[in-house]
Design a protein around this ligand. Structure first.
Ligand code: F6R
Length: 258
């Protein structure tokens, strides 16, 4: 796992965008795994700018999102379908038929989860997966205590996640209690992973992910076992890393852990 610490959210977003742009230029048929939430907004804004400047082309790209709330149709303003359309897809030239997000209102949940795994496999697997991290260490909606061997499945959101995500809804009661999410097994199959973490609320999760043991209690800690995982954090999210590690990263720019 490579760790890089940036001064602030802007620098982190810029570096994440340059990494994705380089991957897109290197492979125009890139299969890109995407996340929602607040953290990747700066990345998406920069990808849209790069597209407008003619620096990137999404014509042959395929995307797979990590998750979707169970019970929300794609047209719901808080659905991740809506988010992706608003923040990225409608601004670039990715063919809509190449964009995949689990359905939030499937007739048959198990069939939808199986079909999602098959779609990923048919696309040749995910080349680069973008991740955010929950304050409780979740990735996708794989909450603490998750079984690392699960593929895409229906997840019960933790109370902490419901509280954190209530900022996007009119009330806490309006937040869906469940979601369809890629499992840890799905995420770990991606050829490369880039996890982004910003702000003091993520500092504890970042420390546990990077310096703690690999444990289902901190789902992101499993990334220590991935051969090509990078974690980009800003200084606020790095605040609880051990001083020795922070010094090492700040001196070298990046540090390979484990
Ligand atoms: C979103 C997702 C979640 C978020 C995480 C952090 O698709 O899978 O794991 O990445 O909850 O959310 P923010 O960035 O809003 O703090």
């Amino acid at each position: 796992m490579d760790l890089v610490i940036f001064k602030n959210y802007d620098e982190l977003s810029q570096a994440a965008a340059e990494k994705v742009i380089a991957a897109l230029r290197n492979n125009p048929r890139l299969v890109l795994g995407l996340a929602t939430g607040s953290t990747p907004l700066g990345l998406y804004q920069r990808l849209v700018e790069a597209f407008r400047q003619g620096r990137v082309d999404f014509a042959q790209v395929t995307t797979f999102n990590l998750d979707e709330y169970y019970g929300l149709p794609a047209s719901h303003e808080q659905s991740y379908h809506y988010y992706m359309w608003e923040h990225l897809f409608r601004h670039v030239n990715v063919p809509p038929e190449n964009t995949f997000i689990p359905a939030g209102d499937p007739a048959d949940v198990d069939a939808e989860c199986r079909a999602y795994e098959e779609q990923i496999a048919r696309a040749g697997g995910i080349d680069l997966q973008i991740l955010g991290i929950g304050a409780n260490g979740h990735i996708g909606f794989n909450e603490p205590g998750v079984d690392f061997s699960l593929p895409t499945h229906l997840v019960e959101l933790s109370e902490r996640t419901i509280t954190a995500n209530s900022r996007f809804f009119p009330s806490r009661a309006a937040v869906p209690r469940k979601a369809l999410s890629m499992g840890i097994r799905t995420i770990m199959k991606a050829r490369e992973i880039l996890l982004l973490a910003s702000g003091p609320d993520k500092a504890e999760a970042v420390r546990n992910t990077v310096e703690g043991p690999v444990t289902p209690e901190v789902p992101a800690s499993v990334l220590q076992r991935h051969p090509r995982a990078s974690i980009f954090v800003d200084e606020a999210a790095a605040a609880l890393l051990s001083p020795a590690l922070r010094r090492k990263v700040q001196g070298a720019g990046t540090v390979a852990l484990g």
